[in-house]
Design a protein around this ligand. Structure first.
Ligand SMILES: Cc1cc2nc3c(=O)[nH]c(=O)nc-3n(C[C@H](O)[C@H](O)[C@H](O)COP(=O)(O)O)c2cc1C
Length: 213
């Protein structure tokens, strides 16, 4: 009897696992550009927030290099382009685009397509947000900060995210893209539509696209 119950539970579990595996599509990204670009001091000179976007889509190569610059792995031991306290690396980068929403998987440098829904209206309340082709949502997973005092979880997420955002700013400056980091996000709505686990917290959004007219 007990065996049957365990067997049924195992079947349900395996069915759920295969269901979610079917739903999540892995999309390998082209090799990111790791050299060249604008000289750093010029990029710093050009860094700025912009709030006027063209709806022109970003191609795969630009998205690949942007994600790698933001929070990609740049060393064999798995460390990243952004520093991270205790090397906890608590962030996941969620991408909200017209054709669906994705999570960046840095180890394979791939996108995980999580759904086909256009979630842009949930990416932020400012008008330009829905017009832009890409909104990044920086999501911190508190469970990854193992051994941390609960009081520092939010504070530490706030520290780490700044480096990632600045990487995006500098990449955009180098590539002639427009960007703005945004604290104006509806964290509860994002929790629901991005199906975040209780340990995951949306910290900031960042809009990216070509400059509008
Ligand atoms: C933590 C943080 C949150 C921000 N939130 C928003 C926001 O919600 N919406 C927005 O339009 N700009 C936002 N900004 C951008 C600032 O308004 C901008 O950086 C500031 O005006 C200075 O302009 P600059 O980035 O061009 O130097 C934010 C910046 C930071 C650092």
């Amino acid at each position: 009897m007990q065996k049957n119950v365990l067997g049924s539970l195992a079947f349900i579990f395996l069915s759920l696992v295969s269901l979610s595996a079917q739903e999540i599509e892995k999309i390998p990204l082209p090799e990111p550009q790791r050299t060249g670009g604008m000289p750093l001091l010029e990029a710093l000179n050009n860094r700025q927030s912009q709030r006027n976007y063209s709806s022109q889509a970003l191609d795969e190569q630009v998205i690949s290099s942007l994600l790698w610059a933001a929070y990609g792995i740049n060393r064999e031991d798995g460390r990243r382009t952004a520093p991270s306290a205790v090397n906890w690396q608590p962030f996941d980068l969620y991408l909200i685009m017209a054709d669906g929403w994705y999570v960046y998987e840095p180890r394979e440098h791939a996108l995980l397509k999580m759904g086909n829904q256009d979630l842009r209206k949930h990416a932020g309340s400012q008008d330009f947000v829905s017009a832009a082709p890409l909104n990044l949502i920086f999501v911190s997973d508190y469970d990854r900060m193992t051994g941390a005092d609960p009081e520092i979880l939010e504070y530490n997420s706030g520290r780490d995210v700044g480096f990632i955002s600045q990487n995006v700013y500098l990449f955009c400056a180098s590539e002639g893209l427009a960007t703005v980091v945004r604290g104006l996000i509806d964290k509860d709505a994002l929790r629901e539509v991005l199906r975040l686990r209780p340990s995951q917290h949306a910290v900031l959004g960042q809009t990216v696209g070509y400059p509008g007219q």
